[in-house]
Design a protein around this ligand. Structure first.
Ligand SMILES: [Zn+2]
Length: 122
């Protein structure tokens, strides 16, 4: 195992971890810009602010037990009503990607660690 591979894995891990943190902060700030931010007449499933993002993430169950969610077009229509939620939605998608990268980096570091441990036991 070369040092550069290990360094890259560590750097990828740190980068992804920071990016997830930053995205989470951005999402919170964007939700503060939601046009419904001061409307507490309705809450989302987690008991928080019912934003346009909450609206597009909710699903309905019909009499036959079928779940329906917003289509991409319906989602775009609702998010277009609110610049804050539009930005929050994008940041949520970014965070999802960074979380995937974070998971991959974590697994790679664990793999390297296991290789080091296995070499020690010899
Ligand atoms: Zn909104």
């Amino acid at each position: 195992m070369s040092a550069s591979k290990f360094e890259k894995a560590c750097a990828d891990y740190a980068e992804a971890r920071l990016a997830v943190k930053k995205a989470t902060l951005r999402i919170g700030a964007y939700f503060d810009e939601c046009t419904r931010a001061n409307d507490d007449s309705r809450v989302n499933r987690k008991g928080g602010q019912y934003s346009h993002v909450s609206q597009v993430l909710e699903w309905e169950v019909d009499d036959y037990g079928n779940e329906s969610t917003y289509t991409a077009a319906e989602r775009a229509e609702v998010l277009a009503e609110c610049p804050g939620c539009q930005k929050a939605w994008q940041a949520i998608q970014d965070r999802r990607e960074w979380r995937k990268k974070f998971g991959i980096a974590k697994r790679r570091i664990t793999l390297f660690g296991n290789q080091i441990l296995a070499a020690r036991d010899d």
